[in-house]
Structures are given as structure tokens and as C-alpha cells.
Design a protein around this ligand. Structure first.
Ligand SMILES: *Cc1c(COP(=O)(O)O)cnc(C)c1O
Length: 360
């Protein structure tokens, strides 16, 4: 079977060595030494001044919205994982969907201004598939209208924008270290900001607001992560460069097949060095997609309709204005398998099946 993704697992002995340390110290969670070490190593690897390791990528978005004190409407992308929208609603704000660019599939920065009203407080955009949003244009609109900017950078571990970690951009960027992501800590995530006040608030917030055992500086939640998760991260970080290089070869192989397949992939922002986290294929029609998907599944290859359905169709939302590009794209996009150790033979096998489906 070839699934859309497989979590990376390092040699088990390496994890056992860390587990022994945890047993010796009897320190399992609450800002332990491995959590601290992981934060230091991540900052070093990504050349970031600050980063807070948290429970997961969803809590990271919720902390970001809370720390910025946002109340009102947040302009966001309908083409992302549900956590982007649900976090807005969870924090008592209202999502306002802005259509996406048909080539990059990121929020269409040129359409953001049309969505702004006097209730708008922020922009929450996703760097979809490890491809940078039009960060400069978004920054200009945000400055002009005094809006905050949060980037859901869950797909972007190792992605660079103008040579720097993409996590540096926006008022706050959030990351996910979930098992299905390129770099993972089983469950986990991070918030990144250059603003010391926001950093301090989020550091309190992830630990119930504690400021010492008997004092609380802030309204908080439990957004901490554990020594066991940090241990997995510390090991996986040693492999991440190799993982990214492996994915690059996979994406290049798929790209080679694009000369025969009647579909295209996305256009990357010219300032972006991607991490090759996904390989989305945009079919000419939904029918062609369904045909390819069915034939692939018949051969034990399981691609995923990611992202489908679009988030503006979520049942708990008020209906929004039409989003023609996103509605169209979300029906025609299929993510092909990408994971460490996916072989060239397996890629060729999947691509031949797609060719067979289109020629039938
Ligand atoms: C994975 C993902 C999330 C959620 O991260 P978790 O760590 O699973 O909570 C949020 N946004 C996007 C775009 C994601 O892909």
C-alpha cells in the first residue's frame, strides 16, 4: 500500500536512550530539560531569535489569536486545513474568506482589501503546501489598515522566504509538528514572534498564566508539551535535512511525469525556497480527478483530496459570498504520496496509473 504520507520514525534505540534519561530524572513535563533543549536546537536550526514549543499546531493558532487580543473579523483563506478556520471561531472571532490565487493556491493578496470592513482586525493566512504567501503585499495591506497578521505555517518547517526562515514573518507565525508533517514531535507545534511582549504573553498563556506557583500574570490554558514529545523532536531534527533532500527528489520525479499527465502543479513564490512538503496535482476537471483517484485506489495507492471541501462550506459557519477560484480548485486538487523512503519505482507506478486513467 502507498498512503499519502507516513510518519518518519528514527531508530528506536535513539528514542530509548532519551526515555531512560526521562526515567532517571523523573521529570516528564512542565518545561523540562528536553523541552528547553528542543527549543534551543530549533532556534539554532531555523536561525530564529524566539520560539515556544506548544501542544500542537491548533493550540498555536489559538494562542496567537488570544495573545494579539483579537476580537472581530479575521480575513482568512478558505483553502487550508480546518484548524485555521476553527481556531478563529473557537476564539470568538468571525472568519471572512478571501479567495485564493489560482496558481499558488494561497490567499489572493490583491483581493484582501475588498474584504476589509470596520470590523476587520487581522489577516490569518496559510502558507499552503510549503509555498510562501505574497508576504510583501499582505504586509502592505496590513500596515495601511492597521491589521495584525498571523501566518499558519504548519506546512513550512524548513521553508525559506528571501533566504530566512518563513516563520519570521507576520506578527506571529505558527507551526505544527504533528506526526504527518515533515518534521514532527508526534504531537506538537510552535509559536514564533519577534515581538518580546507577545512572546512573554504566549509563554505565560501556554502554562495556565502561571507567574510563579501562587501568581497568575495572564489568562492561560494548558498549551505545554512534554519531555517525550521533545525527545522525538530532538532525534528527528538530526534527520530533517536528509528528509527534505529526499522529498526534493520525490517532487522532482513527479515533476518529470507532468510532461505526460494532463494536470499541473502549483506555482511557487519566486522568493520562496520550499521544503517540498506536498505534491498537489491540479486536474483539468473534477471528473478526471475522480477517475485517477479511483484507479489509484484500486492499485492500493491512496492520494488525498487536500484540501476538500473548502472551509467556507463548514456547517457551523454562516454562508459566505461566492469564492469561485477556491470552489473550483478544491474540487480539482489531489495530493500525491510524499514521504521519506517513497521509492522511484513507487512514484513511477502511481504516475503510470494516472496516465492510464486519463487515456481510458
Ligand atoms: C496540520 C495543520 C494544522 C494543525 O496542526 P496540528 O498540530 O495537527 O494541530 C493547522 N493548519 C494546517 C494548514 C495544517 O496542515
Amino acid at each position: 500500500m502507498i498512503p499519502v504520507t507516513k510518519p518518519f520514525l528514527p531508530p528506536i534505540e535513539q528514542y530509548e536512550a532519551y526515555i531512560r534519561q526521562i526515567w532517571d530524572r523523573n521529570w516528564l513535563t512542565n518545561n523540562g530539560p528536553l523541552v528547553n533543549e528542543l527549543e534551543l536546537k530549533l532556534k539554532e536550526y531555523l536561525s530564529l531569535p524566539h520560539l515556544l514549543f506548544v501542544t500542537n499546531g491548533t493550540v498555536a493558532i489559538q494562542l496567537a489569536i488570544k495573545a494579539l487580543g483579537l476580537q472581530g473579523d479575521i480575513i482568512t483563506t478558505p483553502f487550508s486545513y480546518v484548524a485555521t478556520t476553527s481556531s478563529i471561531v473557537w476564539e470568538g472571532c468571525a472568519p471572512v474568506f478571501c479567495d485564493i490565487d489560482p496558481e499558488t493556491l494561497n490567499i489572493d493578496a490583491g483581493k484582501i482589501e475588498d474584504c476589509i470592513t470596520d470590523k476587520t482586525v487581522a489577516i490569518l493566512a496559510t502558507h499552503t503546501y510549503g509555498n510562501a504567501c505574497d508576504i510583501e503585499s499582505i504586509q502592505q495591506v496590513a500596515e495601511k489598515h492597521k491589521l495584525k497578521v498571523i501566518y499558519d505555517a504548519a506546512h513550512c518547517f524548513g521553508t525559506k522566504y528571501k533566504g530566512e526562515s518563513i516563520f519570521k514573518f507576520g506578527d506571529i507565525s505558527t507551526a505544527s509538528f504533528h506526526a504527518t508533517k515533515l518534521f514532527h514531535t508526534i504531537e506538537g507545534g510552535a509559536v514564533i514572534t519577534n515581538n518580546p511582549d507577545l512572546l512573554r504573553r504566549m509563554a505565560y498563556m501556554r502554562n495556565f498564566g502561571h507567574n510563579g506557583p501562587e501568581d497568575f500574570a495572564e489568562l492561560g490554558i494548558n498549551g505545554k508539551n512534554s519531555e517525550f514529545h521533545a525527545a522525538m523532536g530532538l532525534i528527528n531534527l538530526k534527520y530533517v535535512q536528509k528528509i527534505i533532500e529526499g522529498r526534493k527528489r520525490i517532487v522532482e520525479r513527479y515533476t518529470f511525469w507532468l510532461q505526460y499527465i494532463k494536470a499541473k502543479t502549483i506555482r511557487f513564490d519566486s522568493n520562496c525556497d520550499t521544503n517540498y512538503s506536498y505534491f498537489p496535482l491540479l486536474f483539468e476537471t473534477e471528473e478526471a480527478l475522480l477517475k485517477a483517484k479511483q484507479l489509484l485506489e484500486g492499485h492500493w495507492v491512496y492520494p488525498r483530496r487536500y484540501f476538500y471541501p473548502a472551509l467556507n462550506t463548514l456547517r457551523y459557519l454562516k454562508t459566505s459570498h461566492p469564492l469561485p477560484v477556491c470552489d473550483d480548485v478544491s474540487r480539482k486538487v489531489l495530493c500525491l504520496p510524499v514521504y521519506d523512503n517513497l521509492s522511484e519505482e513507487e512514484i513511477d507506478f502511481a504516475c503510470r496509473i494516472i496516465l492510464r486513467a486519463q487515456n481510458n
